[in-house]
Ligand binder design. Structure first.
Ligand code: P6P
Length: 331
């Protein structure tokens, strides 16, 4: 009988808990202190709590607008604020993280753990305009080792590192099932949440995205704003009868294309001439995942991971997915 999705690197069968997977990975790397494993457990814990709140949002009056805005100029949803609090609290209490950059906070959040070796950039709840209409949403996270000395106050320089300096990245998709997908640079694995056990269980190992795909994902409402070569590319997709799929949640659109093969496009628009998506906590983590899965991510001029950010909430044009499709959108 064929191996049941055994994780070739560590011989871990599908069905392993996230905790055991982290321990196996930690033991496989000499000098590992367990700090990164604990950090990922802290993220998973917050994800379980947010999952619970997302699933009952309509019942406990945490849908709708929070009545506040964020630095992005976006109307915060109540669940945006709730998710932000949950992830910041889990990371602060976990002790491994000295600072957090969140889509929902204008400034870097100091956790008070000056001994923490890591910093986290996070979009606590991406696609939150979909919350009230029961469409999939997600959390996206990126982890760096701090560059400021351990024991001192962290600085923004800890976050303004190139995309290839990430030591881990991932996302949690609150969809038909809740899955956590992450990489530490040794491939991409997915864990499905079993809420009867309260555990994330390994469900897909060493994910590889197809070299080409049959899905293109973009907001065609902005088609008239797109650069000519992107317009041509989208017209070509249609002439080839590819499927257009776009639900307005990056994590959901990206994950579908990762598994089936496809391309996600957020080109420059008149409203966002430098792109809409945020580099630190949307583009970088998704780019690390897709490259680890054999795909590509670019801003149309260079690989996303080669960019060195200048500011915490910097935006970027973003194309990510199957390599043959990405090569078609490079000018
Ligand atoms: P638009 C959600 O706000 C987000 O950051 C991504 O999750 C999503 O793909 C994109 O923006 C949707 O933007 O302009 O198409 O509504």
């Amino acid at each position: 009988m064929a191996a049941l999705g055994t994780n070739a690197l560590l011989g871990l069968p599908v069905g392993t808990t996230l905790d055991r997977h982290l321990l196996q990975r930690q033991n496989a790397f000499k000098g590992a202190t367990g700090g990164l494993s604990q950090l990922l457990r802290d993220i998973a814990l917050a994800g379980k709590i947010v999952n619970r709140e997302v699933n009952r949002a309509g019942l406990i009056d945490i849908t709708g607008a929070a009545g506040s805005g964020n630095i992005q100029g976006e109307q915060q949803q109540k669940l945006d604020v709730v998710a932000n609090i949950r992830f910041i609290r889990a990371l602060r209490n976990g002790g491994e993280v000295c600072a957090i950059t969140s889509e929902e906070d204008d400034e870097m959040v100091q956790t008070g753990n000056t001994s923490g070796k890591y910093v986290v950039a996070i979009d606590p709840l991406d696609g939150s305009s979909n919350i009230d209409v029961n469409v999939s949403i997600g959390t996206i996270f990126s982890i760096y080792r701090r560059v400021s000395p351990v024991g001192t106050l962290p600085t923004t320089a800890d976050f303004l590192q190139g995309g290839r300096q990430q030591i881990a990245a991932g996302y949690i998709l609150y969809g038909s099932s809740t899955i956590l997908v992450y990489t530490t640079g040794q491939g991409v694995n997915a864990f499905t949440y079993d809420n009867s056990l309260g555990e994330f269980i390994l469900s897909q190992t060493q994910i590889n995205t197809p070299d080409d795909g049959g899905i293109f994902s973009c907001n065609e409402g902005y088609f008239n704003d797109y650069p000519p070569h992107i317009k041509t590319y989208i017209e070509t997709c249609k002439s080839r009868r590819l499927m257009g799929r776009y639900i307005g949640s990056l994590v959901a659109d990206f994950h579908r294309n990762l598994i089936k093969g496809g391309i996600y496009l957020y080109p420059p628009t008149s409203a966002a001439p430098k792109g809409k998506l945020r580099l630190l906590y949307e583009c970088f983590p998704i780019a690390l995942i897709v490259e680890q899965a054999g795909g590509m991510a670019t801003n149309g001029e260079e690989a996303i991971l080669d960019i060195v950010p200048r500011e915490l909430h910097q935006r970027s044009v973003f194309y990510a997915g199957s390599p043959r499709m990405i090569k078609s959108v490079m000018p």
